[in-house]
Write a protein that binds this ligand. Structure first.
Ligand SMILES: Cc1cc2nc3c(=O)[nH]c(=O)nc-3n(C[C@H](O)[C@H](O)[C@H](O)COP(=O)(O)OP(=O)(O)OC[C@H]3O[C@@H](n4cnc5c(N)ncnc54)[C@H](O)[C@@H]3O)c2cc1C
Length: 284
């Protein structure tokens, strides 16, 4: 199918983009980034935006830089940018480890990191990573810019704290201490498919005990989030199979699993046990 008719806008600056969006958002005007989610759903006529505001011509949004101890990822930075570490240390390696699981090479060449965050698919790898790292999301509109913490950003299946006239301009991720251990594990039926469950974990080892452990689960619920019960099971403990199994069991008990025709809640809980334990083992 072909998309329903729409008016195309190609602003050259952020100021211009937010001004257009302020006008067209009430008539279902939307931002177009990589188009790897929006264009297919338009083609199926599951979305019929009347205006598209294409941000790809805004040079300032292609920024990928380290500032004040944070990696700043502009709205036009593609998934593929992370295939090689973009910063030294654990953060660059974690991003490179995770990106391989997103779709396929042509999609990674065009889709954007920030587009994934704005789209907020429950099974988005970047959304789970941003949750695990307590990232910050910068939203800009004609009213100015505001910073939203990851914990307050994801609100449900493809639902976020972004207002309809806001452009997600940047995501900021904290650089991780050199001794941070990071792990990622996801389960999907075929390579490149959206995952049924995934875990992103990180912790530091101080005198052999886990310090500030973080466990985020994606794919299993309406939106990715940190699971405090699993983190509490790890904190101040030495890593061991028993401690990892306990954290994984607590994560599974805590989630409210999505169900569909092929997947019931019990199956998804069992997947959460497996992905959490394997991500922790990978981190170690
Ligand atoms: C076959 C296939 C497999 C895929 N597999 C995976 C996968 O395994 N894991 C995964 O995470 N993703 C997957 N994707 C989705 C892909 O990662 C998309 O690139 C991503 O979800 C959206 O990024 P985009 O830049 O393409 O956004 P677009 O498609 O341009 O936009 C998506 C939505 O977000 C909004 N939006 C985008 N950018 C902004 C912004 N800066 N500010 C405000 N709103 C914005 C748009 O208005 C739109 O509603 C897959 C896609 C396909 C087609």
């Amino acid at each position: 199918m072909k998309p329903a008719p729409f008016q195309y806008h190609a602003p050259r600056s952020l100021q211009e983009a937010v001004a257009i969006l302020a006008q067209v958002a009430p008539a279902d005007g939307r931002v177009l980034a990589g188009g790897q989610s929006l264009v297919p759903i338009m083609a199926f006529r599951l979305a019929r935006p009347s205006h598209l505001v294409d941000i790809n011509g805004i040079e300032a949004l292609a920024r990928l830089a380290v500032e004040n101890g944070k990696l700043c990822i502009g709205a036009c930075v593609r998934h593929a940018a992370f295939e090689r570490p973009v910063v030294e240390g654990p953060l660059g390696r974690l991003l490179a480890m995770v990106v391989r699981h997103i779709a396929h090479s042509p999609i990674r060449a065009r889709g954007t990191f920030c587009g994934s965050i704005a789209h907020a698919d429950p099974a988005s790898e970047w959304c789970a990573l941003v949750a695990a790292l307590d990232g910050e999301i910068v939203a800009t509109s004609v009213r100015g810019a505001r910073v939203i913490a990851a914990g307050q950003f994801f609100a449900g299946i493809m639902a976020t704290a972004l207002a309809e006239d806001e452009v997600l301009t940047e995501v900021r991720l904290p650089l991780l201490a050199p001794d941070t251990r990071c792990g990622f594990y996801e389960f999907n039926r075929r390579a490149g498919d959206f995952a049924l469950a995934m875990a992103v974990v990180h912790f530091r080892l101080v005198e052999g005990r886990m310090f500030k452990p973080r466990v985020a689960i994606g794919g299993a619920e309406t939106h990715p989030r940190r699971v405090a019960a699993a983190e509490a099971a790890l904190a101040a403990n030495a890593p061991s199979p028993r401690v990892f199994a306990d954290a994984a069991a607590r994560a599974a008990r805590d989630v409210e699993p999505l169900e569909d025709a092929q997947t019931n809640a019990q199956y998804r809980r069992e997947l959460v046990v497996a992905v959490t334990r394997r991500a922790l083992e990978a981190a170690l």
